[in-house]
Design a protein. Sequence first.
Length: 292
Amino acid sequence: MPTFYDKANAQYRDTVFRDYFNNEHRLLSLCNAVLETNYKDESKIEINTLEGNFFSGQKNDVSCAIQDRFLVMVEHQSTVNPNMPFRFLSYVSQLFNNLVKAREKIYRNEKIKFPDPLFYVFYDGDNNEPLEQELRLSDLLKGTSHRLELIVKMYNINDGIGQPLLQKCDYLRDYSKLVGKVKKGLSEGLTRRQAITSAINWCIENGFMQNYLLQKKDEVFGMLDWQWNMDEAQVAWENKAREEHEKGISIGEVKKAEIIAAKMLRKGKDFSEIQEWTDLPMQRIEELAKSN
């Protein structure tokens, strides 16, 4: 008889983090933790996560507006990406456009008031990153005027490193515990599937993400399996891309570049980031997006 992990397949294209926190109750708890607020009314939170499409390629992990006061954007990362401020700049531009169009203010002769945008990255990779750090758009600019700035707060949410934020949001703590258990299983020599299965079962038995995992056990396994697979493929490709970047990709590497580009598209990576690591023409990336 097939076990639940045998059902994992190509239908899973989201991460557990994105699926878990695109929920009003859990997301409000996360926002209260990072904003140091105490909002209780879930009707005051409006999830506006960008789902992406073949034309823009815009897809962020989680975003929401709270009482028309804050616009909170959250990304989950398992590898450190110094370009995150630029990606958030792209996201917030799209979200601001959506807010304006939704309220038809673009046609009025009056000052537009936007919610205060706040940007967060939750990191759970293997690098020894600090508990909290800032990523700045100005660090990506060649000049010194810094007239354009965007600041991202990055939190290391790995289990067992003493991240205070995990004590303020039980849902973030539970997510961290799940990922930590998968990593522990892998370090002990389990296969990826065995480590994921063991982590899910342990969390259910010990009350971490229990209701969510009981309801979506198959899906969670599929998302974790796909996510780990993608992370491994992306790390391998990035290492290769760094070596080949200066001399360019040979004809024999084009097909491999297209395969990696397709995987990165399914993970919601920006077209510009895909082009940076694959050196594929933008037109070809757009063609791949339409076929995925």
